[in-house]
Design a protein around this ligand. Sequence first.
Ligand SMILES: Cc1cc2nc3c(=O)[nH]c(=O)nc-3n(C[C@H](O)[C@H](O)[C@H](O)COP(=O)(O)OP(=O)(O)OC[C@H]3O[C@@H](n4cnc5c(N)ncnc54)[C@H](O)[C@@H]3O)c2cc1C
Length: 326
Amino acid sequence: MSAQDIAVLVEIQQGEIAPITFELLGGARELAQSTGGEVLAIVLGQEAESYAAKLNVADRILLAEDPLLTNFIPNPYVQILEQVVLAEQPKAIMLGSTSIGIDLATLLSSKLNAPLVQGVVKASATDTGFAITSQLYSGKILADVEVNAPTSVLLTLPGNFHATETAGKASVEKVEVATPLDTAGITFEEMILPEAGDVDITQQDVLIAVGRGIQQEDNLEMAEELAQALNGAICASRPIVDQGWLPATRQVGKSGMTVQPKCYLALGISGAPEHQEGMKNANLIIAINSDENAPIFNIAHYGVVTDLFDVAPVLQEKMLEKKGVA
Ligand SMILES: Cc1cc2nc3c(=O)[nH]c(=O)nc-3n(C[C@H](O)[C@H](O)[C@H](O)COP(=O)(O)OP(=O)(O)OC[C@H]3O[C@@H](n4cnc5c(N)ncnc54)[C@H](O)[C@@H]3O)c2cc1C
């Protein structure tokens, strides 16, 4: 336990650790390196121990087990988090900006009388707290704020921190549930899952993104073939989804998905702010657009000013040649 530690709530969805958790652990590691503290992973659930092996990037894995923690109910979760934070006194507790995280963060901050920063996209530790960049109004405003408190609650947006593979000390400890858990009259009834999408674009390493420049639905086949050659998947800007050419599960941006692939190849996408919001943190952005003034070039690492129909087939051919298929 140290006032320099950074704690992370491990989010479990359908028996799996949610990807946001690994981003948070990566962010926590960066912060802990500058504070000199440790990274704590807090796991809540009936069989919390079963997740410990996947959390070896943390220094300490704190497990709280109770039947009332099996499914998410805000009150028991907050009770345990409050107990852990009071015992451990970390410099920050990071939660993902997800339905669960948003539910918990405000409750936790009021219980602890600790500052809460929402929409965290960047954070660095200061002597007395944190300097944080917070994204407001769907990315239209970035606010730089400072919090000065022994513990801060950081509600962190997906796609802004990178998962780490550096192993931590990974010691596993059980947390004794100090007081009987109280559900505050809420019972878990049923988990209703969204309709399954065909491909989870948030989990792809390579995305071929098509925009209005693709011109007609038939041309998607060319993008799909290119995606296959690159072992990736296709996604799109909103107009493509609005026209019904691809399902909503493939839309990237403000009203779609936030993605962070290793490579994002944008074909005929202008790069409107609402689109950038969902992809600007891709590791490598390559844009092909016939308009040299397209805003996508402001964030692309590589840009090609040309007709996408000249480049995409050649790229596919070269990739297939490289794979020894053509
Ligand atoms: C509340 C709100 C939410 C929104 N949410 C989203 C969202 O989640 N995702 C999203 O994407 N948008 C969203 N939008 C829409 C957004 O503002 C843009 O309208 C949209 O992103 C534009 O899509 P686009 O780049 O495909 O089309 P356009 O802006 O029309 O750009 C097409 C581009 O293709 C290029 N081009 C044309 N032909 C060729 C060719 N042959 N070769 C190469 N380049 C070519 C053009 O130069 C142009 O730059 C939202 C808007 C609002 C108001």
